[in-house]
Design a protein around this ligand. Sequence first.
Ligand SMILES: [Zn+2]
Length: 337
Amino acid sequence: MSQAYTRRRTNKHRRDIIPLIALLMLSLSAGCTQSDTNQTTTPEQSPQAQEATSAPSPQSEKIKVVTTFLPMYMFTKAVAGNTADVEILVPPGTEVHEYQSTPENVRAIATANVLVKNGLGLEEFLDNTIKNAQNPKLSVIDTSKGIQPLNEISPVEKTSQKEEEHEDAEGNPHVWLDPVLAKQQVANIRDGLIAADSANKATYEANAAAYIKQLDSLNSEFQQTLQKNPSCTFITFHDAFPYLAKRYNLKQVAVVEIPEDQLAPADIQNAVKAVKKYKVKALFSEPGVDNKLLTSLSKDLNLTLRPLDSLETGNTEPQHYFKAMRDNLQTLETACK
Ligand SMILES: [Zn+2]
């Protein structure tokens, strides 16, 4: 009684709202009545019915595969599809070269069947992490197995007097940026997954073949596009593209060890001196990198600074590899003209 009274009193002030509420209440009660009287139970209304229809799958035991960083995840996901559970250790957006593993990484490896790595000394964090995981059943796929590593194919200019680093002790690790070597990595992943999970051999073979076919087309596109400008010399600030450069007759000069903070004029001078030794067509940084030294260098050298993606971070979707590589191709084509 009092509710009705209140409503009537406020009615004046809610002229627009009240009819709407009334309408809503009406339609709601109509809906209830309908389902009550009809006694219908559609699948989405009844969880029990839904359970009954989804019989337990005979292949519910998926193998668990952990991958180290972005390209390994993309390639493995491409080969495994949804047949295996695929995880990534180095979160996309995090630097792989100096990555420190987490307790979560140790736990992931401890419960995995397979671990997929790039190899060639890239994943420096890995040996200890595997040791700590104490998983005797773990099989490790080294995707660079069978690939001949490059050491000093491209000149590497060091602009600071820091002591030599030993990070390239096993050769340059950036093999995934050459589509032809990427094919080898995908094939190694395929063979490793088949060895660990032979029941799904046909799936792994078909998926790998499809991805390798795409890598073949990508390789043809690179060949056809870049042969128009042979021996194009470019500067990078991350020694990531020697395999790509070798494959397509480009010349990479890597200027490394540039300070990212506490920039001194001498650093710029050193870098300019290093770069001027070469007839350079292009200057490449990485997507998302905003470095003052690179910006002033590009001004001093009168070269446009463009982003070239090393694919160490980014979108994890397997098809992203092709998108990023085609963006790289377009960048190279424009810069090398
Ligand atoms: Zn790198």
